[in-house]
Each structure stands twice: as C-alpha cells, then as structure tokens.
Design a protein around this ligand. Structure first.
Ligand code: SF4
Length: 431
C-alpha cells in the first residue's frame, strides 16, 4: 500500500490514480454491458473536447496529490485515432503532477482488431508503458461466439509488434466459463497465451449481464440457459488456471489476476487497497477521501459540459468534512455521491482485502479504523477458519483455495449489520 509520496522539495503528498474512459467500440460484443458503443468521427471529436475540458477543470485543485498510475480504458481506446490519446495524456500532464519517486504506470486497453504499428509508436511516444490486450480466448470459434471483431492470429501479430516496439509490460485479458466451452479448450487458451510470456494475465469468468444479447439467451429466462457452465466445472477451471499459470511463473495476487514477479498492476491494486482514484470521462467512477461518486452516464449531459461550465458548482464534502479540491463538481456531472460510513469502509476493506491472495492485514485495519479486526469479526473469523475458508496467519487473514471457490458466500459473512454494500469498481470484470 502506498498512500504518500515525497516530492523533490521534501513535502509529503497523497497518492492518486487516474482512470480515463473512452466509450467507443467498433461494435458491441454480445456479452458486454459496459458504457460503450460505436460512433462517427464527429461524435468522437466532441467527446474528447468535453474530456479535455473536464481534465482542465481540475487545474490548481491537485496540489495535494501526485499521480502514480493512469489507466486509459473503455470501451476501446485503440479504436480512436491515436492523436486523441496523446492529447489526453498531454492535458493530464498539464494538470496533474506525476510521481517523481517511482515510475508512473500508464496503461492503455487495446482491442487486437483496432491496433497497428503507427498507433503503438504514438502511444510509446506519449509515455504509455503498459499495454492491456483484450484477447479473451485463443480459439477463433469462441471469439466469434463472443462477438469479438478479431481473430487469434491478429492478436498474436499485434502482440509481437508491441514487443518489437519495446513494450515490456503487457497484460492479456481472458474470459473463461463460456457457454459450451470445454475445459480442454480453456486449457489450450491458457497454454497458448502463457507461451507468449506476457507480464500479466487477467482471467475472469463470464458474467451474464442483464440487457445484453447473452442475457436473452443464457439468462434465467433464456432458451439456452442450460448451456451455462456448471459450478463444478467453473471450480475446476479456477483451479486449473492457477495451476497452469503458476507452473509458467505467474503469481496469483488477486482472485482473477496473475503477474510475473514485479508486474502486479499498480492501478488495479488501488481499487483493492481502498486508495483514492479519480475517474475522468463518461460514467467513470471515483473514490476520493472516502467518498464515492461517478460521472454522469448520459452522453448528452457529458457533452454539454461546455454549457454547464460556470453555472453549477457543487461542493461535495467528504466523510470527515475535509474540503478536498478534487471533490468540487464544477459541471454538475457527478452522480451518486456517497460518503462512505465507517461500517461501509470496514466492509470494503475486508471484501477487497480478501480478494488479494496476500489477504487483509490486521495492523492496517487497526491503523485505518482505530479498532481491531477481532473487535468486529472475532466470531466470523473463527467460524470461517474452522470451516477451512480462511487462514489467519499472523497479521494477515486470507482466503484458502476452498474459500476462493465459494468466495461470494464467505464475503457475505463480512457484512457489518446495518449497512448496505455498494458495488466496488475493479472487483468484477467482463470485457
Ligand atoms: S467487451 Fe470491450 S470491445 Fe467489446 S463492446 Fe465491451 S468494451 Fe467494447
């Protein structure tokens, strides 16, 4: 965990992670409920103009922070001309100070069907040092089934190109447990991808989201709901994923994330460690000074950022009544503003901490909440330990392999009575 940085003048400032949302895709994948879709060039240009304005609105309100990671996600950031990406990074660097005591991690998500040599070169020149490929499967039939626009060989060519151009920190996103997928086919995807030796692999199970074509087919009322993978096979897949990737030199550091030593994704760790992050762009989520909020998900409202400028200025106070610069809402585009109660923060600490294979730290718990973990969870911890769901190992409490298999049930035990849990970005992924 890293909450503070020392500037070259010796002052201590807070750590901040930035997420920038690019809501465009060539076409919608059949399983995806992310805030994204196709657009013409004018729509893309208008969006980025609004985005630059949002970034500039933070000017002179960022003094108490330095940025240690930037994640440009979507959508498909690689489907827009790379000039928009380099301009976005330039605007960010004009407003936010990047950490000087560590090398900031700057990631872009790319779709293998929308990337080429020119774009990769421009990303590199703009300072991007981590590429995240949305591959999902090494099987072309499965890619077509998912509605992806690329083949495996297109991905492989672009992956090798990125390597040739010097990108030495690459993630590959995969999705398991597809309807009709065999365990053998998933094994083949893992082995094929591991052979390429990326630094990081995210392997999530498919979630059937409401409002998607997949939901109509495979949801509770869907005609093909019987084709969903059984829970038993899903568990076999989770175990196999860990075994295969461990044997290839990857450490599982979170339920669905694997990295070679030294390549844990710093940006995602901010979500799992309850650190501050600011989401910029349509619908993006933020967590600043224990206050959660998100930008409007309405494109019309977001594009009107111009007209709203100067007319709306809400000041959001954080839980502890700090009036942090980043909590000002100059445009009236922030929604669902929710200062977290102490109980909500405690629950999130446990939910997110237990997703990490290192687990949740008792001393960190005490440092944050001024109460011991046992004061709140003594009975739950002892019961879970007895049932073989968690291990209490000195300062750390972590899920066992069995606990990971049934993590939804275990985590529900850590609700503090009287609070309603919200969803936390970064805990699930389906893209
Ligand atoms: S999965 Fe990714 S590429 Fe497909 S529609 Fe969703 S955001 Fe776009």
């Amino acid at each position: 965990m890293r909450e503070k940085h020392q500037t070259d003048k010796g002052a201590w400032v807070k750590d901040l992670r930035l997420y920038v949302h690019v809501p465009f895709c060539v076409k919608k994948c059949d399983y995806c409920d992310f805030l994204s879709g196709p657009s013409d060039e004018k729509g893309i240009e208008d969006y980025f103009n609004a985005l630059y304005k949002e970034i500039r609105s933070y000017k002179s309100r960022t003094d108490e922070y330095v940025v240690s990671s930037i994640f440009i996600g979507g959508g498909t950031p690689s489907c827009v001309e790379s000039k928009y990406i380099s301009r976005t990074l330039m605007e960010l660097k004009n407003v936010f100070s990047l950490a000087a005591d560590i090398s900031p991690e700057i990631t872009i998500e790319v779709n293998p069907g929308t990337i080429d040599k020119e774009k990769l070169i421009e990303y590199k020149n703009a300072g991007i040092n981590r590429i995240s490929f949305g591959l999902q499967s090494a099987d072309d039939k499965e890619l077509r089934f998912l509605g992806r626009i690329h083949s495996y060989s297109e991905f492989e060519n672009n992956y090798l190109l990125a390597r040739e151009l010097g990108f030495d920190n690459i993630n590959i996103d995969l999705i398991s447990s597809l309807p009709g997928q065999s365990i053998k086919s998933w094994e083949n995807t893992l082995l094929t991808v591991a052979k390429l030796n990326p630094e990081h692999i995210s392997a999530y199970s498919l979630i059937i989201e409401e409002g998607t074509p997949f939901y109509d087919l495979y949801g509770p009322e869907g005609i093909y709901k019987d084709r969903l993978m059984s829970e038993e096979d899903d568990r076999i897949i989770y175990k196999m994923t860990k075994e295969i990737l461990s044997s290839c030199g990857y450490n599982r550091y979170e339920i669905s994330n694997y990295a070679k030593p030294g390549y844990i994704c710093r940006h995602n760790m901010a979500y799992w460690e309850g650190e501050s992050y600011l989401g910029i762009g349509l619908g993006s989520a933020s967590y600043i000074d224990h206050t959660r909020f998100n930008n409007t998900g309405s494109l019309i409202e977001y594009l009107n950022i111009n007209e709203l400028f100067g007319y709306k200025h809400n000041i959001i106070m954080s839980t502890n009544n700090e009036n942090t610069g980043l909590l000002h809402d100059f445009f009236g585009i922030r929604k669902n503003i929710e200062p977290l109660s102490i109980n909500q923060r405690i629950e999130e600490f446990m939910f997110l901490g237990l997703r990490k294979t290192d687990g949740a730290s008792k001393s960190d718990f005490y440092r944050r909440f001024n109460i011991t973990m046992d004061d709140i969870y003594y009975d739950v911890l002892r019961k879970s330990e007895k049932e073989g769901l968690v291990i209490i190992d000195g300062d750390m409490v972590r899920l066992t392999d069995y606990g990971i298999d049934v993590s939804n049930i275990v985590l529900a035990e850590f609700l503090v009575p009287g609070t309603v849990p919200g969803t936390v970005p970064g805990t699930e992924k389906n893209k």
